[in-house]
Design a protein around this ligand. Structure first.
Ligand code: UD1
Length: 432
């Protein structure tokens, strides 16, 4: 047990020798995008909380640091995380932590709900674009919070506490829905969120909060109603399976023309992604908590557009683009969630992909082969997609800046090795 186990390794790279089909099975862990919010939700109740099926990823370590800064104590034992939340919280999230992980912005809701004050460094843009937080602020403001930006820090105060109200989101933002939900559970009266995000991770957050004693209806639909309660209690919860981890290993099977079985997941949470994999010529088998993907020798081209759930997940877009880069024709992709999510295309093009991007569209003319070369992982999913492309490419690829991959995948290299992939981690710049 202990924090020492969860170290942050930097300055490493992944070296991949492509060409081997991946075969075998892999079990996925809890969802990054669920566990991070559940960790924050713990702040709503003093006492000892436990989460199980917690992935050993860098973002969980970073969120642990945010909680510790606020006054909680976190300890890991394998995939279990125990958090002690004190009565008194230090209601702030500093810049170095918020910069490393934007998701820390969801502390606003619980801190306001607990003590009526929150000081959170204002996150700037990031690799995926400008990423404003106006909807988070508007929602909490409607509930009685006042915001001021002072020296780069967002000062939030709710002098009369948060009060339930009707909130209509302009766009079904995952983070804004969560921030409002996390504030509403301890607010006075009833809050209704219209045009709420419907992602499975929101449903899992609501399930967790409900176990803590919250009263929530409609999570997983566009209208969520919360009846505020006076206090919440600590609880124990098993985190929902990570559909993005599952989808990434599915593409690993597809792109290498192998057959991979993904276990301990919810195939229904990847309905659109599995449909598109079928369209590229994959054979899919499935049960309640597993599915298999057998890849074609060469994928067929397909068009798709990213959309909020249940549409095609933007966080599966780079992996799918890697697959389509070797398709037997031209695919057109439309990215509707982020304004700068094709920046990684240049790295794939270094490997021989033929991609033209224009604002939110990418045209991918499939090439017969990719060839290995040094590339840089620009973010979590793009980093994973470069490794997937490298597994198909001729020769050796060296992927740098892999701390991005560590943010979202536990032992990515080990799991791909267990499927027969020829790859390893090594210190950056080590002799070949
Ligand atoms: C979460 C996920 C991220 C995923 C995204 C969409 C986590 C930790 N991250 O991010 O992996 O890609 O959902 O499924 O769970 N927006 C605004 N104003 C706001 C809020 C959002 O303009 O106040 C915009 C964003 O800039 C973005 C879009 O809305 O272009 C979607 O953002 P949102 O759904 O909020 O994503 P996140 O919660 O940040």
């Amino acid at each position: 047990m202990g924090r020492a186990k969860r170290t942050i390794r930097t300055m490493e790279e992944i070296i991949v020798t492509g060409g081997k089909p991946l075969n075998g099975s892999v079990a996925v862990l809890g969802a990054k995008n669920a566990v991070l919010k559940q960790m924050v939700a713990m702040l709503l109740a003093p006492g000892t909380h436990q989460l199980r099926n917690v992935p050993g990823i860098l973002d969980v370590v970073l969120m642990g640091r945010v909680l510790e800064h606020i006054g909680a104590t976190c300890s890991f034992d394998g995939h279990a995380l125990t958090v002690e939340v004190p009565d008194q919280l230090r209601p702030e999230a500093p810049l170095d932590l918020v910069r490393q992980m934007r998701a820390s912005i969801v502390v606003l809701g619980p801190l306001l709900a607990r003590g009526g004050v929150a000081m959170v460094a204002f996150p700037g843009g990031d690799d995926l674009g400008a990423r404003p937080i106006d909807m988070h602020i508007d929602g909490l403001r409607k509930m009685g919070a006042e915001f001021e930006l002072e020296h780069g820090v967002l000062m939030a105060r709710a002098p009369r506490g948060l009060v339930g109200t009707e909130i209509g989101l302009e766009f079904p933002s995952v983070g804004a829905t969560e921030n409002v939900l996390l504030g509403a559970v301890l607010a006075t009266g009833e809050t209704t969120v219209h045009n709420a995000a419907r992602e499975p991770e929101i449903e899992d957050l609501a399930a967790f909060l409900t176990k803590m004693g919250a009263r929530i209806q409609g999570a997983g639909t566009s209208v969520i109603t919360v009846e505020g309660v006076d206090t919440l209690q600590p609880t124990t919860h098993e985190v929902l399976a990570d559909r993005l981890e599952a989808g990434t290993y599915a593409v690993a099977g597809a792109i290498t023309g192998g057959e991979v079985r993904i276990e301990r997941c919810v195939p229904d949470h990847l309905r659109m992604e599995l449909r598109k994999l079928t369209d590229v010529g994959c054979t899919i088998g499935r049960g309640d908590d597993w599915f298999t993907v057998a890849g074609p020798e060469r994928p067929l081209p397909v068009d798709f557009a990213t959309l909020p759930f249940p549409g095609f997940h933007t966080d599966m877009q780079p992996q799918m683009v890697a697959l389509l880069s070797v398709a037997s024709g031209t695919s057109v992709i439309t990215e509707n969630i982020y304004d700068a999510r094709f920046r990684y295309a240049g790295e794939l093009m270094r490997m021989g992909a033929d991609i033209t991007t224009e604002w939110q569209h990418a045209v991918i003319r499939g090439v017969e082969k990719l060839s290995g070369c040094p590339v840089i992982a620009p973010d979590i999913r793009a980093g994973a997609s470069l490794v997937l492309a490298a597994l198909r490419a001729e020769g050796q690829t060296v992927v740098g800046d892999i701390h991005h991959i560590d943010r979202g995948y536990e032992d990515f290299v080990g799991r791909l090795q267990s499927l027969g992939g020829d790859l390893e981690r090594r210190p950056a710049g080590a002799a070949q």
